[in-house]
Design a protein around this ligand. Structure first.
Ligand code: PLP
Length: 252
């Protein structure tokens, strides 16, 4: 239906990714308050786990079966499907908090010895995680300010003697709490400068402040757009949640 009418995300937010026939025809998705899902057969359960653990690719016609709410849950899947629309993203994962999304990306894509280049100021929790925790596990960190030009930043990287170890650029724009703006295209160009055929320098943007309606980091070359959904996305100060949206990253 969406293809024929080419609905915009603001219309699709009403129903996209939800099949009422799977929920007794309920027009709105019920809250699936369950930890575990029942398999029709043991064979079916085995097939679901094979996909969940990456032992095989999902067949094109195969639905990703529900297993356990930490892995997948209908409400979270509907939310992920809808969040993808705003950023024209290929994938989305929601998390228990903004910090869970941010720290997961930093821990997954950085290794001891790597350099993380980040904009300052950052949200306090992120700032603390980078300066305290990442440092403790041997990740080097170099910061820049909204006033720094690309030349300033490249010079700082060169002077550190660790430029060849640059693994990720992480920015927050607008920044919390100053609303300072960082040029995403400039950051992407620095990431490209230090990327090679066998090493990609990742570019991550915390898009909490503008939210997915008003700013689309993936369209400026970001590999990861992160949200504290607790803030603008949630909107009512009644929930703690995080989200990550990505373009297809892992063709290799
Ligand atoms: C609040 C906030 C976070 C952390 O999100 P939580 O959901 O509180 O974990 C990260 N980044 C920014 C910009 C924030 O404002």
């Amino acid at each position: 239906m969406s293809k024929k009418h080419n609905f915009k995300p603001e219309s699709l937010m009403m129903s996209h990714g939800y099949k009422p026939e799977l929920s007794e025809g309920s027009i709105k998705p019920p809250i699936f308050q369950t930890s575990t899902f029942v398999f029709k057969t043991a064979k079916e359960g085995k097939a679901f786990f094979e996909v969940a653990y990456g032992l095989r690719e999902k067949e094109t016609t195969e639905e990703f079966g529900l297993i356990y709410s930490r892995i997948n849950n209908p409400d979270l899947e509907i939310l992920e499907t809808r969040l993808k629309l705003w950023d024209k993203a290929d994938d989305c994962a929601v998390f228990e908090s903004g910090m869970a999304a941010i720290s997961t990306v930093l821990l997954e894509f950085l290794s001891p010895g790597d350099v993380l280049l980040y904009s300052s100021p950052l949200y306090g929790g992120t700032d603390h995680f980078i300066k305290d925790f990442l440092k403790k596990i041997g990740i080097h960190t170099i910061s820049f300010t909204p006033k720094d030009t690309q030349e300033d930043i490249v010079k700082r990287l060169k002077n550190s003697g660790l430029a060849n170890k640059l693994a990720m650029i992480f920015i927050e724009t607008p920044a919390n709490p100053t609303n300072a703006l960082i040029d995403m295209d400039m950051c992407k160009s620095i990431a490209n400068l230090y990327s090679s055929s066998d090493k990609k320098v990742y570019f991550a943007v915390d898009n909490t402040y503008m939210g997915p309606l008003w700013q689309h980091p993936l369209q400026h070359g970001a590999d990861f757009a992160l949200h504290s959904a607790t803030k603008y996305l949630g909107g009512h100060s009644d929930v703690i949640m995080g989200a990550l949206v990505v373009k297809k990253l892992f063709q290799e």
